[in-house]
Design a protein around this ligand. Sequence first.
Ligand code: B1M
Length: 230
Amino acid sequence: MTDNGFDALPAELQDLYLGMQDDLYDGLKDEVVAATNAALNEWQQTPGEILARGLVAGMDVVGEDFRDGILFVPEVLMAAKAMKGAMEILRPLLTDAKDVQRQGTVVIGTVKGDIHDIGKNLVGMMLEGAGFEVVNLGINVDADQFIAALREHNAEILGMSALLTTTMPYMRVVINRLIEEGMRGDVNVIVGGAPLTEAFAEDIGADRYCEDAAVAVDTAKALMQIRRGG
Ligand code: B1M
Protein backbone atom coordinates (compact mmCIF):
# COMPACT_ATOMS: atom_id res chain seq x y z
CA MET A 1 0.00 0.00 0.00
CA THR A 2 3.05 2.25 -0.15
CA ASP A 3 2.90 5.00 -2.74
CA ASN A 4 5.79 6.98 -4.11
CA GLY A 5 3.87 8.78 -6.85
CA PHE A 6 2.32 11.56 -4.78
CA ASP A 7 4.73 14.31 -5.84
CA ALA A 8 4.07 13.59 -9.51
CA LEU A 9 0.30 14.13 -9.19
CA PRO A 10 -1.38 17.31 -10.50
CA ALA A 11 -1.43 20.00 -7.82
CA GLU A 12 -5.24 19.94 -7.66
CA LEU A 13 -5.28 16.20 -6.99
CA GLN A 14 -2.56 16.56 -4.37
CA ASP A 15 -4.77 19.18 -2.69
CA LEU A 16 -7.73 16.82 -2.81
CA TYR A 17 -5.69 14.15 -1.04
CA LEU A 18 -4.22 16.55 1.51
CA GLY A 19 -7.75 17.79 2.25
CA MET A 20 -8.93 14.18 2.61
CA GLN A 21 -6.13 13.51 5.11
CA ASP A 22 -6.98 16.66 7.10
CA ASP A 23 -10.70 15.85 7.13
CA LEU A 24 -9.96 12.29 8.25
CA TYR A 25 -7.80 13.68 11.04
CA ASP A 26 -10.70 15.93 12.06
CA GLY A 27 -13.19 13.04 11.88
CA LEU A 28 -15.31 14.71 9.19
CA LYS A 29 -16.97 11.67 7.68
CA ASP A 30 -19.15 13.44 5.08
CA GLU A 31 -16.18 15.40 3.76
CA VAL A 32 -13.98 12.31 3.58
CA VAL A 33 -16.72 10.42 1.74
CA ALA A 34 -17.18 13.33 -0.69
CA ALA A 35 -13.43 13.51 -1.37
CA THR A 36 -13.34 9.73 -1.93
CA ASN A 37 -16.14 10.04 -4.47
CA ALA A 38 -14.37 12.92 -6.17
CA ALA A 39 -11.09 10.98 -6.37
CA LEU A 40 -12.92 8.03 -7.90
CA ASN A 41 -15.21 9.81 -10.29
CA GLU A 42 -13.47 13.05 -11.21
CA TRP A 43 -9.87 11.83 -11.07
CA GLN A 44 -10.31 8.12 -11.91
CA GLN A 45 -8.15 7.11 -8.96
CA THR A 46 -8.12 3.42 -8.04
CA PRO A 47 -9.22 2.25 -4.57
CA GLY A 48 -5.59 1.32 -3.84
CA GLU A 49 -4.42 4.82 -4.73
CA ILE A 50 -7.14 6.44 -2.61
CA LEU A 51 -6.26 4.26 0.35
CA ALA A 52 -2.53 4.85 0.11
CA ARG A 53 -2.56 8.55 -0.81
CA GLY A 54 -5.52 9.68 1.28
CA LEU A 55 -7.00 7.37 3.87
CA VAL A 56 -4.08 5.32 5.20
CA ALA A 57 -1.77 8.34 4.94
CA GLY A 58 -4.27 10.35 7.02
CA MET A 59 -4.67 7.56 9.56
CA ASP A 60 -0.89 7.35 9.96
CA VAL A 61 -0.86 10.96 11.17
CA VAL A 62 -3.76 10.21 13.52
CA GLY A 63 -1.73 7.28 14.90
CA GLU A 64 1.37 9.43 15.46
CA ASP A 65 -0.58 12.15 17.28
CA PHE A 66 -2.48 9.54 19.30
CA ARG A 67 0.85 8.04 20.38
CA ASP A 68 2.18 11.49 21.27
CA GLY A 69 -0.84 12.41 23.39
CA ILE A 70 -2.09 15.10 20.99
CA LEU A 71 -5.24 13.14 20.07
CA PHE A 72 -7.37 11.03 22.42
CA VAL A 73 -9.65 8.01 21.97
CA PRO A 74 -12.85 9.95 21.08
CA GLU A 75 -11.04 11.86 18.32
CA VAL A 76 -9.43 8.69 16.99
CA LEU A 77 -12.86 7.03 16.99
CA MET A 78 -14.22 9.88 14.86
CA ALA A 79 -11.32 9.47 12.44
CA ALA A 80 -12.00 5.71 12.32
CA LYS A 81 -15.69 6.38 11.55
CA ALA A 82 -14.71 8.72 8.71
CA MET A 83 -12.34 6.10 7.33
CA LYS A 84 -15.02 3.41 7.54
CA GLY A 85 -17.45 5.70 5.68
CA ALA A 86 -14.96 5.98 2.82
CA MET A 87 -14.27 2.25 2.87
CA GLU A 88 -17.98 1.60 2.32
CA ILE A 89 -17.65 3.51 -0.97
CA LEU A 90 -14.61 1.45 -1.92
CA ARG A 91 -16.04 -1.88 -0.73
CA PRO A 92 -17.96 -2.80 -3.92
CA LEU A 93 -14.92 -1.99 -6.01
CA LEU A 94 -12.61 -4.03 -3.80
CA THR A 95 -14.93 -7.01 -3.40
CA ASP A 96 -16.18 -7.31 -6.97
CA ALA A 97 -14.73 -10.70 -7.87
CA LYS A 98 -16.36 -11.01 -11.30
CA ASP A 99 -14.14 -12.72 -13.86
CA VAL A 100 -11.74 -13.70 -11.09
CA GLN A 101 -10.73 -17.31 -10.55
CA ARG A 102 -12.41 -18.69 -7.42
CA GLN A 103 -9.91 -19.24 -4.65
CA GLY A 104 -10.38 -20.90 -1.24
CA THR A 105 -12.06 -19.86 2.00
CA VAL A 106 -10.43 -17.59 4.56
CA VAL A 107 -11.63 -17.20 8.13
CA ILE A 108 -10.44 -13.83 9.38
CA GLY A 109 -10.69 -11.94 12.65
CA THR A 110 -9.05 -9.57 15.10
CA VAL A 111 -7.80 -11.54 18.09
CA LYS A 112 -9.20 -11.57 21.61
CA GLY A 113 -8.75 -8.34 23.56
CA ASP A 114 -8.33 -6.23 20.44
CA ILE A 115 -11.03 -4.10 18.81
CA HIS A 116 -9.07 -2.58 15.90
CA ASP A 117 -10.77 -3.68 12.70
CA ILE A 118 -10.07 -1.22 9.89
CA GLY A 119 -6.99 -2.98 8.53
CA LYS A 120 -8.50 -6.42 9.02
CA ASN A 121 -11.64 -5.38 7.14
CA LEU A 122 -9.53 -4.00 4.33
CA VAL A 123 -7.68 -7.31 4.10
CA GLY A 124 -11.05 -9.12 4.03
CA MET A 125 -12.40 -6.90 1.25
CA MET A 126 -9.30 -7.31 -0.88
CA LEU A 127 -9.33 -11.08 -0.41
CA GLU A 128 -12.97 -11.13 -1.56
CA GLY A 129 -12.00 -9.06 -4.57
CA ALA A 130 -9.31 -11.62 -5.36
CA GLY A 131 -11.88 -14.43 -5.41
CA PHE A 132 -11.72 -15.76 -1.85
CA GLU A 133 -14.75 -16.63 0.23
CA VAL A 134 -14.18 -14.56 3.37
CA VAL A 135 -15.73 -15.38 6.75
CA ASN A 136 -15.13 -12.25 8.81
CA LEU A 137 -15.56 -13.00 12.51
CA GLY A 138 -15.11 -9.38 13.56
CA ILE A 139 -13.16 -8.24 16.60
CA ASN A 140 -12.19 -9.74 19.96
CA VAL A 141 -12.27 -13.26 18.53
CA ASP A 142 -11.16 -16.12 20.79
CA ALA A 143 -9.63 -19.47 19.87
CA ASP A 144 -12.95 -21.35 20.20
CA GLN A 145 -14.60 -19.02 17.69
CA PHE A 146 -11.74 -19.35 15.21
CA ILE A 147 -11.72 -23.16 15.50
CA ALA A 148 -15.51 -23.43 15.15
CA ALA A 149 -15.59 -21.20 12.05
CA LEU A 150 -12.69 -23.02 10.39
CA ARG A 151 -14.56 -26.31 10.88
CA GLU A 152 -17.97 -24.96 9.85
CA HIS A 153 -16.66 -23.41 6.64
CA ASN A 154 -14.01 -26.01 5.90
CA ALA A 155 -11.61 -23.11 5.42
CA GLU A 156 -8.12 -23.49 4.02
CA ILE A 157 -6.72 -20.28 5.51
CA LEU A 158 -6.92 -18.60 8.91
CA GLY A 159 -6.11 -14.87 8.97
CA MET A 160 -5.49 -13.18 12.32
CA SER A 161 -5.01 -9.47 12.93
CA ALA A 162 -3.67 -7.68 16.02
CA LEU A 163 -2.82 -4.01 16.48
CA LEU A 164 -1.64 -4.09 20.07
CA THR A 165 1.58 -5.49 21.48
CA THR A 166 -0.55 -6.83 24.33
CA THR A 167 -2.87 -8.84 22.04
CA MET A 168 -0.47 -10.19 19.44
CA PRO A 169 0.69 -13.06 21.75
CA TYR A 170 -2.85 -14.43 21.60
CA MET A 171 -2.12 -15.55 18.05
CA ARG A 172 0.18 -18.18 19.52
CA VAL A 173 -2.68 -19.41 21.71
CA VAL A 174 -4.85 -19.91 18.63
CA ILE A 175 -2.10 -21.70 16.71
CA ASN A 176 -1.48 -24.00 19.68
CA ARG A 177 -5.19 -24.80 19.76
CA LEU A 178 -5.05 -25.70 16.07
CA ILE A 179 -2.25 -28.14 16.91
CA GLU A 180 -4.16 -29.60 19.88
CA GLU A 181 -7.25 -30.07 17.72
CA GLY A 182 -5.17 -31.86 15.06
CA MET A 183 -6.07 -29.17 12.50
CA ARG A 184 -2.74 -27.42 11.99
CA GLY A 185 -1.79 -29.51 8.96
CA ASP A 186 -5.06 -28.63 7.22
CA VAL A 187 -5.03 -24.88 7.73
CA ASN A 188 -2.56 -22.23 6.60
CA VAL A 189 -2.15 -19.35 9.02
CA ILE A 190 -1.44 -15.79 7.91
CA VAL A 191 -1.02 -12.96 10.39
CA GLY A 192 -0.77 -9.18 10.16
CA GLY A 193 -1.12 -5.89 12.00
CA ALA A 194 1.10 -2.90 12.66
CA PRO A 195 3.18 -4.24 15.59
CA LEU A 196 3.89 -7.64 14.02
CA THR A 197 7.13 -8.70 12.38
CA GLU A 198 8.31 -11.57 10.22
CA ALA A 199 10.33 -12.89 13.17
CA PHE A 200 7.28 -12.86 15.46
CA ALA A 201 5.19 -14.73 12.90
CA GLU A 202 7.89 -17.36 12.57
CA ASP A 203 8.29 -17.63 16.33
CA ILE A 204 4.58 -18.33 16.93
CA GLY A 205 4.46 -20.88 14.11
CA ALA A 206 2.37 -18.93 11.57
CA ASP A 207 2.89 -19.76 7.91
CA ARG A 208 3.30 -16.18 6.77
CA TYR A 209 3.46 -12.60 8.03
CA CYS A 210 1.72 -10.08 5.75
CA GLU A 211 2.80 -6.48 5.92
CA ASP A 212 -0.32 -5.08 4.29
CA ALA A 213 -3.55 -6.05 2.56
CA ALA A 214 -1.96 -6.38 -0.88
CA VAL A 215 0.68 -8.72 0.51
CA ALA A 216 -2.06 -10.70 2.27
CA VAL A 217 -3.80 -11.28 -1.07
CA ASP A 218 -0.60 -12.36 -2.83
CA THR A 219 0.30 -14.60 0.10
CA ALA A 220 -3.12 -16.25 0.30
CA LYS A 221 -3.05 -16.91 -3.45
CA ALA A 222 0.46 -18.36 -3.22
CA LEU A 223 -0.58 -20.63 -0.35
CA MET A 224 -3.57 -21.89 -2.34
CA GLN A 225 -1.29 -22.57 -5.26
CA ILE A 226 0.99 -24.65 -3.03
CA ARG A 227 -2.03 -26.50 -1.60
CA ARG A 228 -3.11 -27.35 -5.14
CA GLY A 229 0.35 -28.77 -5.69
CA GLY A 230 1.39 -25.98 -8.05
CO1 B1M B 1 -5.68 2.18 18.82
N1 B1M B 1 -3.76 1.90 19.08
N2 B1M B 1 -5.97 1.84 20.72
N3 B1M B 1 -7.53 2.68 18.45
N4 B1M B 1 -5.11 2.81 17.17
C1 B1M B 1 -2.93 1.92 17.89
C2 B1M B 1 -2.80 0.51 17.30
C3 B1M B 1 -1.54 2.50 18.42
C4 B1M B 1 -0.30 2.05 17.61
C5 B1M B 1 -1.65 4.03 18.51
C6 B1M B 1 -0.38 4.65 19.00
O1 B1M B 1 -0.12 4.65 20.18
N5 B1M B 1 0.41 5.19 18.10
C7 B1M B 1 -1.56 1.95 19.88
C8 B1M B 1 -0.94 0.56 20.08
C9 B1M B 1 0.38 0.61 20.81
C10 B1M B 1 0.95 -0.75 20.92
O2 B1M B 1 0.35 -1.67 21.40
N6 B1M B 1 2.17 -0.88 20.47
C11 B1M B 1 -3.06 1.93 20.18
C12 B1M B 1 -3.63 1.92 21.48
C13 B1M B 1 -2.64 2.04 22.63
C14 B1M B 1 -5.01 1.81 21.72
C15 B1M B 1 -5.74 1.73 23.07
C16 B1M B 1 -5.08 0.82 24.12
C17 B1M B 1 -5.90 3.18 23.57
C18 B1M B 1 -6.53 3.33 24.93
O3 B1M B 1 -7.63 2.92 25.14
N7 B1M B 1 -5.75 3.88 25.82
C19 B1M B 1 -7.14 1.20 22.65
C20 B1M B 1 -7.18 -0.33 22.64
C21 B1M B 1 -8.56 -0.89 22.44
C22 B1M B 1 -8.53 -2.40 22.23
O4 B1M B 1 -8.30 -2.86 21.13
N8 B1M B 1 -8.72 -3.16 23.28
C23 B1M B 1 -7.23 1.72 21.26
C24 B1M B 1 -8.42 2.07 20.63
C25 B1M B 1 -8.53 2.56 19.35
C26 B1M B 1 -9.85 3.07 18.73
C27 B1M B 1 -11.07 2.25 19.16
C28 B1M B 1 -10.04 4.51 19.17
C29 B1M B 1 -9.51 3.03 17.19
C30 B1M B 1 -9.93 1.72 16.50
C31 B1M B 1 -11.20 1.84 15.70
C32 B1M B 1 -11.42 0.65 14.81
O5 B1M B 1 -10.51 -0.04 14.35
N9 B1M B 1 -12.68 0.41 14.54
C33 B1M B 1 -7.99 3.07 17.21
C34 B1M B 1 -7.20 3.40 16.07
C35 B1M B 1 -7.95 3.88 14.85
C36 B1M B 1 -5.78 3.30 16.08
C37 B1M B 1 -4.78 3.76 15.00
C38 B1M B 1 -4.67 5.28 15.12
C39 B1M B 1 -5.06 3.41 13.56
C40 B1M B 1 -5.28 1.93 13.26
C41 B1M B 1 -5.79 1.80 11.85
O6 B1M B 1 -6.98 1.62 11.64
N10 B1M B 1 -4.89 1.97 10.84
C42 B1M B 1 -3.46 3.00 15.48
C43 B1M B 1 -2.19 3.71 15.09
C44 B1M B 1 -1.53 3.06 13.88
O7 B1M B 1 -1.67 1.89 13.63
N11 B1M B 1 -0.79 3.85 13.17
C45 B1M B 1 -3.75 2.69 16.88
C46 B1M B 1 -5.25 1.94 9.43
C47 B1M B 1 -5.26 0.49 8.92
C48 B1M B 1 -5.55 0.46 7.44
O8 B1M B 1 -3.95 -0.03 9.13
O9 B1M B 1 -4.74 -1.61 10.95
O10 B1M B 1 -2.26 -1.31 10.48
P1 B1M B 1 -3.66 -1.36 9.99
O11 B1M B 1 -3.77 -2.51 8.89
C49 B1M B 1 -2.86 -2.67 7.83
C50 B1M B 1 -1.67 -3.59 8.16
O12 B1M B 1 -1.32 -3.60 9.53
C51 B1M B 1 -2.10 -4.92 7.63
O13 B1M B 1 -2.87 -4.58 6.50
C52 B1M B 1 -3.65 -3.41 6.76
C53 B1M B 1 -3.89 -2.64 5.48
O14 B1M B 1 -2.77 -2.53 4.67
N12 B1M B 1 -2.91 -5.83 8.44
C54 B1M B 1 -2.97 -7.14 8.08
C55 B1M B 1 -3.70 -5.65 9.50
N13 B1M B 1 -4.28 -6.79 9.85
C56 B1M B 1 -3.87 -7.73 8.99
C57 B1M B 1 -4.16 -9.09 8.88
C58 B1M B 1 -3.55 -9.82 7.86
C59 B1M B 1 -2.67 -9.22 6.98
C60 B1M B 1 -2.37 -7.88 7.06
O15 B1M B 1 -3.76 -11.12 7.67
C61 B1M B 1 -4.78 -11.76 8.36
